[in-house]
Design a protein around this ligand. Structure first.
Ligand SMILES: O=C1C[C@@](O)(C(=O)O)C[C@@H](O)[C@@H]1O
Length: 238
């Protein structure tokens, strides 16, 4: 049987006071769907007080609700890091910040890094293997990425694919690839088409096998095309 769909929301605070504000806003949210909270570390300005931010977060958010993500510029995030610097930061911080999921930017050539992560994480830690396409992709390109990511992921890890959409055909390519992957692969999926023309994928994604949809807590959210959290909660089709 399928798991119930979840909604995720990103905290994009740059410092502790912004984080408190975003958490206060989140505390007001009464949602129909189970909620995951993504902490986007790439927005955080001063990493010497990252642990302080984490403590603040944990006063309100349970570890089993938490996703921790460090998104680099090449994948649409805020931090300009080389692959090596990105991987070093993950290896440094993963043992210190406990979360249900760590988001990891997937690369075809990362066998050694993924083994290091798993060793550090032990059995309890699960991963979201992420691929962010900033250029629109065809059905086959989307499906091929999902299939390749599945070879890195454990059965309980998520595979996440976010691709830019220029039009309805791009969105359909993402949704139909999701549908095929849902029938072929054992891992749960999170997919979305980014941008205004991809917005429908955030609403009907669950009908095609995507299990988590991201809504926006702030005016801009954390990616183009996200719907406001409450609106998404009302209209998500699952
Ligand atoms: O990977 C994703 C999905 C996302 O890019 C979106 O399009 O909603 C938002 C990001 O914060 C998150 O890490």
């Amino acid at each position: 049987m399928r798991n119930p769909s979840k909604i995720a929301v990103s905290l994009t605070a740059t410092n502790s006071s912004e984080l408190s504000q975003q958490l206060a806003k989140l505390a007001q949210a009464q949602l129909r769907h189970p909620l995951l909270v993504e902490w986007r570390l790439d927005y955080w300005q001063n990493w010497s007080n990252l642990l302080r931010g984490y403590q603040l977060l944990r006063q309100q958010i349970l570890p089993q609700q938490l996703i921790i993500t460090l998104r680099t510029k090449v994948a649409g995030g805020q931090l300009n890091l080389t692959t090596t610097a990105y991987q070093e930061r993950l290896l440094q911080w993963l043992p210190q910040l406990s979360a249900a999921y760590w988001d990891v930017q997937w690369l075809p050539t990362m066998t050694e890094f993924s083994q290091q992560l798993r060793q550090l994480a032990g059995n309890r830690q699960r991963f979201i293997w992420s691929c962010h396409g900033l250029v629109a992709k065809s059905y086959l390109q989307n499906l091929t990425i999902l299939r390749k990511m599945a070879t890195t992921a454990a059965p309980t890890d998520y595979l996440k694919l976010a691709v830019v959409s220029r039009n309805n055909a791009d969105t359909l390519a993402l949704l139909t690839a999701t549908w095929q992957a849902y029938h072929e692969l054992s891992q749960p999926l999170i997919t979305m088409a980014m941008g205004a023309s991809g917005q429908s994928s955030r609403i009907i994604g669950p009908l095609f096998g995507s299990q988590v949809s991201f809504g926006a807590l702030t005016a801009t959210g954390s990616a183009p095309g996200q719907l406001p959290l409450h609106q998404l909660d009302q209209i998500l089709l699952d």
